[in-house]
Design a protein around this ligand. Structure first.
Ligand SMILES: CC(C)(COP(=O)(O)OP(=O)(O)OC[C@H]1O[C@@H](n2cnc3c(N)ncnc32)[C@H](O)[C@@H]1OP(=O)(O)O)[C@@H](O)C(=O)NCCC(=O)NCCS
Length: 186
């Protein structure tokens, strides 16, 4: 995927989806076999970004356990690769028994603010729409202005819940809205 072309698919509706971060970006779904790449990406996040991502200062062991513990049969995970290295991840985790899902995004610091977070979020919103998820929730600590701005950009309504803020995106239904399994969307 090359989302930086000025006239091509990288500029939907006249706006660049992703600014040039100095390399070719490839977006693809992450499978169980990509677990080590996913873990390494999360471990590379700066201490502030790790805290922002997990809402607390997790140690390396907890990050590794988190990455290994993801239920990859039920979550959709997209990765953004720059020059072959995973630099951004978007995770969409359905909430059992509801038509809702939780969205979490992480982009390594040198690659932030060029559109990767938005690209991953939009890709997962499209997945959500395709599989019949009606609401996407993204929670973030109050001082996470970047995520707040991204949530606003995605059209989220922001509400305050216990200690954190939650952005809620209502996903417009498709005409044919039958629930699909994660494998079917890949
Ligand atoms: C929040 C985060 C995912 C944003 O990713 P990103 O790739 O930098 O975001 P994008 O470049 O796609 O920017 C999307 C929008 O977010 C906002 N934004 C991103 N970085 C910003 C910054 N440094 N200052 C202000 N707004 C910012 C802007 O509204 C931007 O849209 P615009 O470029 O059209 O103005 C990234 O900063 C990150 O990984 N933070 C640490 C982890 C985290 O906080 N995750 C969220 C909780 S799960």
């Amino acid at each position: 995927m090359s989302p930086t072309s000025r006239d091509g698919p990288g500029k939907p509706g006249g706006r660049l989806l992703c600014r040039e971060p100095g390399g070719r970006i490839r977006l693809r779904g992450l499978m169980a076999r990509d677990c080590a790449l996913h873990t390494a990406h999360l471990l590379r996040l700066s201490p502030e970004d790790r805290r922002a991502r997990f809402h607390s200062a997790l140690g390396d062991r907890s990050v590794i356990a988190y990455s290994r513990g993801i239920d990859r049969d039920h979550a959709w995970i997209f990765g953004a690769f720059l020059s072959g290295t995973l630099r951004g991840v978007g995770e969409l985790t359905p909430v059992t028994g509801t038509d809702e899902a939780e969205l979490a995004i992480s982009v390594e610091q040198p690659y932030q603010h060029v559109g990767i977070g938005k690209m991953l979020s939009l890709a997962l919103i499209l997945v959500a729409r395709r599989v019949g998820i009606g609401k996407i929730r993204m929670s973030f600590v109050r001082d996470n202005h970047r995520m707040r701005a991204l949530a606003r950009d995605l059209g989220a309504r922001t509400v305050a819940t216990s200690g954190v803020l939650e952005g809620i995106v209502t996903v417009p239904p498709m005409a044919d809205r039958r629930p699909r399994s994660p494998c079917a969307a890949r």
